[in-house]
Write a protein that binds this ligand. Sequence first.
Ligand code: 13P
Length: 254
Amino acid sequence: MTQRRPIIAGNWKMHQNVAATSDLVENFLAQNYSEEVDVVICPPFTSLPNAAMLVTGSSIGLGAQNCHWEEKGAFTGEVAPSMLLEIGASWVIIGHSERRTLFGETNDTAARRAQAAQKAGLKVIYCVGETLDQRESGETFEVLRAQTGVMADLDPNHLVVAYEPVWAIGTGLTATPDQAQEAHLYLRSRLEIFFGPEAAAGLRILYGGSMKPANAVDLISLPDVDGGLIGGASLDVDSFSAIIRAAANCAAGE
Ligand code: 13P
């Protein structure tokens, strides 16, 4: 079986001003995280330059939470991929459910953003996931199928997929290991169609939705779960560090 290197990514959402970012990043840097895990933090746009200065030379990667598909132009409130690269980001989250439900992101616009980001040289964390209504009416796979259908033109070498059931985000509800594994396996089968078995077997699929130290091992040790996209728990040094340790232990087969 392909050994996939785990990723633990923190999506800070609209939290942490510049001063709070410095504090948190300095605390993370003092933890000496395992070399066996890719650690990425995604602060708000305004905190990125400061975070970039702090993490440069460390093993912590830096990502943004969105980008536009054009390089420049009359797109008020948007940020181009090259602007993110310029200030030191190398990752970007695309298609998060909060962008989809609150800001009108569609499968089409998410795919355009992801393509442009990769073309510019950013690595993409592409988010998918069903709502509670969709799960309860048995539409989970149909939704995941539509959300992944637009991914065929992406570059699998610069792609990480995040399965984030919307009903588990910020709610304290977590997918059961069976639910998570089933969805991840389905997503991998979709990736196989687009990118072939070898690339799909190497692609990392993260779970997101109330991942905490208490449930991290159960989720990350699943065969098709390769880490986590963490919201609330990524803003707390102890919680985020415990999840990274859990991923390192899973990678070591403990
Ligand atoms: P929580 O971990 O706060 O549920 O958020 C998950 C998420 O949305 C990460 O992108």
